[in-house]
Design a protein around this ligand. Structure first.
Ligand SMILES: [Zn+2]
Length: 216
């Protein structure tokens, strides 16, 4: 791997993409991962099997999306990632097609406050309206849903979470899927009780700032 631009960061992106498959947050080649390094972004390539992906397959682009290094095309969802870096101060982005969140997106416009962990996103989490994948319309819908938050659900699609590191973004992706799963399970047998908005706000303050729990 010697001589590869941002070799460690590319390896970290591969490792996380493979973990998404193991953790069932994506199926096949769906979903994507990126992290920002200065004015560059390291992102998963389009349509490549995560099991056989190597660091050299990971693409390096600038903040306009121009490829700086790499032989493959960047993920078709690159506009989603770039807007998180240019508009939302993210350092890493994880986009999943996880089951419970996608199912919830067919039923609701927000993620119900079934658990205080919702506060790790900075407050109530929205479901971004549907638009065709890879379009600027989807980018804009997601950017609006992310205002003041570190994650959102995407209708008929999946989730998108940001963080100060790949690990932080990934933890949010798993937590968001879990929150949606809890609601789906509870609502399958009844009408779930929800935390009142002022309690969610109280926990947001306890977590501090942009929703980073003090324990992580
Ligand atoms: Zn997607």
């Amino acid at each position: 791997m010697s001589g590869l631009l941002l070799a460690d960061e590319r390896a970290a992106v591969v490792a996380l993409a493979q973990r998404m498959v193991r953790d069932r947050l994506v199926v096949g080649t769906s979903g994507n991962v990126s992290q920002r390094c200065g004015d560059l972004v390291v992102c998963t390539p389009s349509g490549t099997d995560y099991d056989t992906m190597r660091p050299a397959d990971v693409v390096v682009v600038d903040l306009d999306g121009t490829v700086v290094d790499g032989d493959l095309r960047p993920t078709v969802e690159l506009p989603l990632h770039l807007v998180c870096y240019t508009e939302h101060e993210a350092r890493a982005v994880v986009h999943t097609h996880s089951t419970a969140a996608t199912a919830l997106s067919l039923l609701r416009d927000d993620v119900p406050a079934v658990h205080y962990q919702l506060a790790m996103f900075g407050g109530p989490v929205s479901v971004a309206p549907y638009a065709t994948y890879g379009t600027t319309q989807l980018r804009d819908n997601v950017s609006r849903a992310l205002a003041g938050r570190s994650g959102c659900v995407m209708k008929h699609h999946g989730t998108l979470c940001t963080g100060s590191s790949l690990g932080a973004a990934y933890d949010r992706a798993r937590q968001l899927e879990w929150l949606c799963d809890v609601w789906m399970r509870a609502s399958a047998v009844g009408v779930p009780a929800l935390l009142p908005p002022d309690e969610v706000e109280r926990v947001v303050e306890r977590f501090g700032g942009y929703g980073q729990p003090p324990t992580t």
